[in-house]
Design a protein around this ligand. Structure first.
Ligand SMILES: *[C@@H]1O[C@H](CO)[C@@H](O)[C@H](O)[C@H]1NC(C)=O
Ligand SMILES: *[C@@H]1O[C@H](CO)[C@@H](O)[C@H](O)[C@H]1NC(C)=O
Ligand SMILES: *[C@@H]1O[C@H](CO)[C@@H](O)[C@H](O)[C@H]1NC(C)=O
Ligand SMILES: *[C@@H]1O[C@H](CO)[C@@H](O)[C@H](O)[C@H]1NC(C)=O
Ligand SMILES: *[C@@H]1O[C@H](CO)[C@@H](O)[C@H](O)[C@H]1NC(C)=O
Ligand SMILES: *[C@@H]1O[C@H](CO)[C@@H](O)[C@H](O)[C@H]1NC(C)=O
Ligand SMILES: *[C@@H]1O[C@H](CO)[C@@H](O)[C@H](O)[C@H]1NC(C)=O
Ligand SMILES: *[C@@H]1O[C@H](CO)[C@@H](O)[C@H](O)[C@H]1NC(C)=O
Length: 480
């Protein structure tokens, strides 16, 4: 392609600030741009009186990487593709006055901004401020290739890193048949959204050690607690690159974000609930017996729209409710210091799920192998909505369940059935569940298998189910 490129078009004479400038290399006359994929369309097509003006239209648009201009028709097309996702070729039928301009993208442009604090890129046409890390990062549909932000690749193009495919077009970079040939392929109905899909343990931005608690926000940001390492990771929508938002000592379980954007993380080792950004915690019990005004073995957490915190206590066998700014909780499910299997008792409560619309709290009752539903403010007597038929592999049973999530549209209950390596769904009034993920008793690492699933969560549209696939060090997302 370099033989085609002849000229350099520079906007520097047009009096722009340094960061706004771009230069473009121009092809010979008669050439036009063809994207690799028919899924790619121009960002914008408009009439301009010259190629310089076409470049000036491209320049302020961070997504614009290339333009082609035909001075016979004055047509200026702006593209987010470049020569990695398309090609320059002779126009057929011929367009003698058409040429292509490629915005110069080079490492020296990125060196002063990439990963730097956001003030370095406020004026930049090359990178944007990432709201989590508050550093300059590649804009959408591009990825960091180690030197520059490069357009994400299309179907069947080769790829190298997890973020290098067009996830907005439902593509992912997969090792085809595990033979180390990586290509952008259609996502399957099971997608790894955090951690490595090949079930390798890892750290850093892409790896996870033992994902356990999940929360998906209204804008599809995924939060994951890494039980094994104490890390709390945040993943922007369709990004596989996690940002560590907290690193606690000990084991972290449930995570929740309230309507104010405050994050609650439960740390069972420290007996604490960390509430960010206020940096507060609920009162900690340093000794037993348990009381309602302290927490001993916190596990599941949920917060309603009024700021009431619900927290299950695995050792104390209760769920307590904490009104905003109070120093004492009240028991809303179970009985302090009393493990049991009657409808008003719990034995080892783990994750919980809150359905505010129906004022219902769902509690995984671990040692009783069941999920109990409590109508808040009405009764502390629970109803079994999943399991309750002993420890086992039957469809009417559960085997050490941990996770729970409730589909708001029909109130069906999904259970992370830990030692059965499956997620089961129980519709309202069901006497048995159906398997929605994994295979009973098979701890495997192919995309359709699970190994010791923990928490589950839904996206806001209830289109996808997220499962913390603990033993495979990854989070899987299933299409419902
Ligand atoms: C991608 O590759 C598959 C399998 O080789 C082929 O069937 C399909 O037509 C290709 N699609 C594109 C857009 O190249
Ligand atoms: C991938 O998805 C595209 C668009 O949904 C479809 O046209 C194509 O046939 C799929 N290709 C493969 C190989 O599944
Ligand atoms: C799994 O994938 C990661 C990321 O692609 C890679 O670094 C690692 O070597 C792979 N592990 C195995 C066992 O294939
Ligand atoms: C995935 O499972 C296969 C088959 O059991 C096993 O050989 C392989 O080591 C596992 N991969 C990882 C990363 O544990
Ligand atoms: C998602 O919403 C939260 C507030 O709920 C906000 O802090 C965050 O910046 C948003 N993330 C993105 C990627 O828009
Ligand atoms: C919370 O702690 C962080 C890290 O120690 C600190 O940067 C932040 O200012 C604290 N926030 C408040 C409200 O004290
Ligand atoms: C709780 O305390 C905070 C900080 O003192 C205050 O901003 C907030 O309004 C209080 N909330 C309620 C419901 O009283
Ligand atoms: C579930 O059972 C209750 C009590 O028998 C009944 O009122 C309700 O309509 C049933 N709901 C569904 C969805 O079957």
């Amino acid at each position: 392609m370099s033989t085609i490129i002849l000229l350099l078009l520079s906007l520097s004479s047009v009096d722009l600030s340094y960061q706004d400038q771009s230069t473009a290399r121009l092809s010979n006359l008669g050439y036009t741009f063809t994207p690799y994929s028919s899924a790619s369309t121009p960002l914008l097509t408009l009439a301009q009186s010259s190629i310089l003006r076409c470049h000036m239209q491209c320049n302020p648009r961070i997504a614009c990487r290339l333009f082609d201009y035909d001075s016979d028709t004055n047509q200026c097309r702006l593209w987010s593709d470049d020569l990695t996702t398309g090609m320059i070729s002779l126009a057929i039928p011929s367009k003698p006055q058409s040429r292509v301009g490629v915005i110069r993208i080079a490492p020296y442009i990125y060196t002063p901004i990439h990963n730097q604090p956001c003030d370095k890129c406020t004026e930049s046409r090359y990178e944007e401020c990432d709201p989590f890390s508050l550093t300059c990062q590649c804009p959408s549909v591009t990825f960091w290739n180690g030197n520059v932000c490069s357009p994400q690749r299309y179907l069947n193009q080769s790829c190298a890193t997890i973020d290098s495919c067009r996830s907005d077009l439902a593509l992912e970079c997969r090792d085809v048949g595990c033979n180390s040939v990586f290509q952008c392929l259609n996502q399957t109905n099971v997608v790894t959204v955090a951690g490595f899909c090949n079930a390798t343990v890892g750290g850093g931005a892409y790896g996870l050690s033992g994902p356990w608690g999940l929360y998906v926000t209204s804008n599809n940001t995924l939060y994951v607690t890494d039980y094994d390492t104490g890390r709390v990771q945040a993943y922007a929508p369709s990004s596989r690159s996690g940002v560590t938002i907290a690193e606690l000592s000990g084991h972290v379980e449930d995570i929740f974000m309230d309507s104010m954007g405050c994050i609650y993380v439960v740390d069972i080792t420290l007996s604490s609930v960390f509430i960010s950004p206020m940096n507060t915690t609920l009162p900690i019990a340093i000794q037993r017996p348990c009381t309602s005004s302290s927490i001993y073995d916190p596990y599941g957490i949920a917060v309603d729209r009024y700021g009431n915190i619900y927290i299950s206590d695995f050792y104390c066998n209760v769920v307590t409710k904490w009104a905003p700014n109070t120093t004492a909780g009240i028991v809303v499910a179970g009985q302090l210091n009393t493990a049991g299997s009657t409808s008003s008792l719990l034995n080892g409560p783990k994750f919980i799920a809150l359905d505010e619309v129906h004022s219902a709290l769902y509690v995984v009752d671990y040692y009783n192998c069941r999920v109990q539903k409590f109508l808040l403010g009405v009764s502390t007597v629970g109803t079994t909505v999943a399991g309750g038929n002993g420890y086992g592999t039957g469809l009417n049973q559960l085997k050490n369940p941990s996770g729970v999530c409730v589909l708001l549209k029909d109130q069906s209950v999904y259970v992370g059935d830990q030692d059965n390596h499956r997620v089961v769904k129980w519709v309202v009034n069901a006497t048995q569940g159906s398997i929605v993920a994994g295979v009973t008793g098979v701890a495997g690492n192919t995309s359709s298998l699970l190994n010791t699933p923990g928490d589950c969560a839904f996206d806001p549209t209830e289109t996808f189910l997220y499962v913390a696939d603990y033993g495979n060090h990854r989070v899987q997302r299933f299409s419902l």
